[in-house]
Design a protein around this ligand. Structure first.
Ligand code: GN1
Ligand code: MG
Length: 347
């Protein structure tokens, strides 16, 4: 996590910006690798406080502007659409900058819960429907009006180049140690070619895409129905394969990318079907036949890209993803390679 410990004096300053009194307390929330998140409890309410990792998000104000654009569009088109709103400080800002760090506060939507792993097909269906619905509702918003918050975020060619660069300039001991994993990822380079063919095809369209469709980014209501999607930091123009692919990557195995007992990585076919049914419900009429033909390719694309990213970071001495122990990123890469192999055998 980016900002592991909240500093007391910073928290006091944040409280002053929102007129929260001395009884306000906070606790860590969620398990994101990039930003840091806390649950804040005031005398009257509960909020979500986040520190934006500005080494990754170089223009944090872009996030704010994108969220505003999307919120304004949805509030006109679909006023009942549920959304966590950004809280304004007492000077009317939705961000605060303190000692070079960026903080923001979101409303906490009551009577909702999140899950860290997909436990059953209903959850996968509901989540996929939520993400499909998000893109479908925003279909008439010109996606190019959004800022590119993270340039080349899901550019697989670039991720492959970064992997190649790491093979030249990375930690030599680690490069030798990873030779099998490296050889496997190189053997799969055809996925990069297929991705390029996809994005350059005239029937592949850019849309407003979420770009982080893990299950913990969906709020569920008390009846276990999807209530809304959260974490709008990476909304920007993109291809549907990013969102569907990341659902495959993070929902189909009963264990997460953190699992180090790789034998536990298996493919749940009923979850694959649930993702398809949930996402297609709002999106089938919008996707071209060509795009629909790439539904399962999206999984290969995203799992492969994440394996490349974790291994690249390991070879570069863990400069991007947080890691809790020496071989953490290596294990994450092997986990994703295992998942990719299993997925390729299944679909
Ligand atoms: C990062 O911070 P988090 O966990 O929401 C990463 C995603 C990866 C994910 C892997 C901005 O997301 O692309 O899929 O880790 N986000 C960024 O766990 O790099
Ligand atoms: Mg995220």
């Amino acid at each position: 996590m980016y900002f592991a410990f909240m500093k007391e004096h910073l928290f006091k300053k944040i409280c002053a910006e929102y007129n929260w009194n001395d009884n306000t307390c906070y606790e860590p929330l969620g398990s994101g690798l990039i930003n840091s998140t806390w649950k804040v409890t005031t005398e009257n309410n509960i909020y979500v406080l986040q520190a934006i990792n500005h080494h990754v998000f170089k223009n944090p104000e872009y996030i704010d502007e994108n969220i505003k654009l999307v919120t304004d569009f949805l509030s006109k088109k679909n006023p009942e659409y549920l959304f966590p709103t950004l809280l304004k400080t007492n000077t009317g800002n939705s961000f605060i900058k303190l000692e070079g760090e960026w903080f923001r506060v979101l409303s906490f939507i009551k009577n909702t819960q999140t899950f860290t792993t997909v436990n059953n097909e209903l959850q996968a269906f509901e989540a996929a429907k939520q993400f499909g619905n998000f893109t479908a509702l925003l279909n008439e918003l010109n996606c190019n009006a959004l800022h590119i918050v993270l340039p080349d975020f899901h550019n697989l060619s670039l991720r492959y180049e970064q992997f190649n660069d790491a093979l030249k300039t990375g930690n030599n001991i680690r490069i030798i140690e990873c030779k099998d994993a490296i050889a496997f990822l190189q053997s799969q380079k055809n996925i990069v070619e297929e991705w390029r063919k996809f994005i350059t095809h005239k029937e592949a369209e850019q849309r407003v895409t979420h770009h982080d469709t893990k299950i913990s980014n969906v709020l569920f209501n008390e009846c276990n129905e999807g209530a809304c999607v959260i974490d709008l930091d990476t909304i920007m123009p993109g291809y549907f394969i990013s969102d569907v692919g990341d659902m495959f990557r993070t929902y189909i195995s009963p264990v997460s990318e953190e699992e180090t007992d790789f034998n536990k990585i298996t493919i749940r076919k009923n979850i694959i079907t649930a993702i398809y049914n949930g996402y297609m419900q709002p999106m089938k009429n919008l996707l071209s036949v060509f795009e629909q033909d790439h539904f399962y390719f999206s999984g290969e694309f995203m799992i492969y890209m994440q394996a490349l990213r974790f291994l690249t970071d390991y070879l570069n001495n863990d400069i991007y993803y947080g890691c809790k122990y020496e071989k953490h990123n290596y294990n994450r890469a092997i986990n994703q390679i295992t998942l990719l192999q299993q997925f390729q055998q299944t679909v």
